[in-house]
Ligand binder design. Structure first.
Ligand SMILES: [Zn+2]
Length: 491
């Protein structure tokens, strides 16, 4: 009886020209992706596969204009959906029809398509916009950095909002084409390879083209615009290496910067020998003008470095750290920002391995010295759940690395390095969680490791001294520690 009634109702409604009642009404997508620390970062209801970002930048006015085309797939019936973006939007097209749009909060753009979108349907979203990014404040600050001769879009976790509309969370990765027109003689550097030569545009402008062919988190996309010297090489396995150095680097430490970053191919070859095949189609690095960028960031295929790292001489440790992130952070990305120790603990541990290789202090010595000398408040931050204000706390880096060293001591070198390689192989181009890492470690080692991770990642207190350390009479500071500390002071 019930079935008949439903069928009858459906027929009547169909005749009336409205939607069948069996289908859920299209609903708005969410303004977040369920991130525990940053609930309104990213958006739900769709999944992006590609960004085509086509811009024009006026260095003298710090003005950006252009269009971003987003290819996505709906993950529910959508009446509207959000993008994360702060510049001034002129128009939005969804599947080739004009859409209406409104602002919500400080970085949400709510898009209402002319026609509702069905679950599973392909979406082509074209956003045309302009603005002066350095004038836009969101989350209490401006992530876009204007420099004496251009600009930098380099930051974590917030950066994309200031230059392209996106689903801004590492759990929605996509491929990228980035193209920027600038006045002749200005350089534009971004991720990946250059799929074609620069093209001249009218009235003294030149357009640059960059491509990330492997999935990339939105915060790892970057553009660096200004006066740069670009060096090009090819690795033994045929991967292009493209580095760039600000022409504003003073002569006295320009050479120190090059002595570090020009070793990128050697350092990444060494990292590949430990962590597995290089996951991307390019390598490189960019050194920013002095007094602009204050940190280094592991932008996919091509980290950006503050000039500060090289004022006191060369520092390969920062190159080791940022390129270790290509495996841990970039190829395998966090699913939740609270698990950032999966990025920083691992990249820091790569520095310990480099220190061992250089004879500048073993991982044992680094562990023991940090254990003996870290101040009391260091131990109050849980690296596995540091809190949104502490995602870049020293504990995430140093105690994260100590956690991995305890794992290595417990399971032995063979299993430890097999765990790292398998982690990358199983999760690359996607995401990984701490629970998955613990499960993998237990599977490969055949050991029960809950207590180890509970003690080192989730206990806001100093763990008991490991037996190996307790047996030692004194600890001395490893030679590498100063440079490692400098890297972590500004990730
Ligand atoms: Zn880092």
């Amino acid at each position: 009886m019930r079935r008949l009634l439903v069928a009858f109702t459906a027929t009547v409604l169909a005749l009336a020209g409205t939607a069948a009642p069996a289908a859920a009404a299209p609903a708005p997508g969410g303004a977040g992706l369920g991130d525990e620390y940053f609930p309104d970062y990213g958006n739900s209801g769709y999944d992006v596969s590609h960004y085509d970002i086509r811009l024009r930048y006026y260095p003298e006015q710090d003005r950006l204009t252009g269009t971003t085309t987003i290819l996505a797939t709906a993950e529910q019936d959508l009446s509207s959906f959000n993008l994360d973006f702060v510049l001034d939007v002129a128009s939005v097209q969804v599947n080739n029809r004009p859409a209406t749009f409104t602002r919500q909060g400080d970085h949400e753009l709510v898009v209402k398509p002319a026609r509702a979108i069905a679950d599973g349907q392909a979406l082509t979203v074209v956003v045309t916009y302009s603005g002066v990014p350095s004038n836009k404040v969101a989350a209490g600050f401006t992530a876009w950095i204007r420099t004496p001769d251009g600009a930098l879009a380099v930051g974590e976790p917030e950066e994309a909002w200031w230059w392209f509309p996106s689903n801004d969370h590492p759990s929605d990765k996509a491929t990228f084409d980035v193209s920027v027109a600038v006045p002749d003689g200005v350089e534009v550097i971004s991720n990946g390879v250059q799929p074609r030569a620069n093209t001249p545009e009218l009235l003294g402008w030149t357009r640059w083209y960059w491509r990330s062919a492997k999935p990339q988190a939105t915060y790892l996309a970057f553009i660096t615009i200004g006066q740069y010297d670009i060096t090009r090489d090819v690795t033994a396995d045929g991967t292009p290496v493209i580095n760039a150095y600000s022409q504003l680097l003073p002569e006295d430490f320009d050479a120190a910067a090059r002595s570090s970053v020009e070793r990128t191919a050697e350092i990444t070859d060494w990292e590949s020998s430990i962590f597995g095949p290089w996951p991307f189609t390019a390598r490189g690095g960019v050194v920013a003008p002095p007094g602009t960028l204050t940190f280094a960031l592991e932008n996919q295929t091509r980290p950006n470095y503050s000039a500060n790292f090289f004022r006191g001489g060369s520092n390969p440790y920062v190159v080791v750290h940022e390129n270790a992130h290509q495996f841990f952070g970039d190829a395998v990305s966090v699913a939740q920002w609270k698990e950032i120790w999966l990025n920083e603990g691992f990249a820091s541990y790569a520095e310990w391995l480099w220190s061992e290789k250089q004879g500048e202090g073993t991982a044992d010595e680094l562990f023991d010295f940090l254990y003996a000398t870290e101040p009391a408040d260091f131990w109050t931050v849980k690296p596995g759940d540091p809190g949104p204000a502490n995602v870049f706390d020293n504990a995430v880096y140093d105690r994260g690395a100590m956690t991995l060293h305890q794992l290595r001591r417990t399971v032995g070198d063979n299993d430890f390095f097999e765990i790292l390689r398998t982690w990358v192989a199983e999760h690359r181009y996607g995401n990984g969680t701490t629970a998955e890492f613990i499960a993998l470690s237990e599977k490969i080692s055949g050991q029960q490791l809950d207590e180890l991770f509970q003690t080192w990642l989730y206990t806001p207190a100093k763990p008991a001294a490991p037996a190996a350390l307790a047996a030692r009479k004194s600890v001395t500071q490893p030679t590498s520690l100063d440079k490692i500390r400098q890297v972590h002071a500004a990730h």
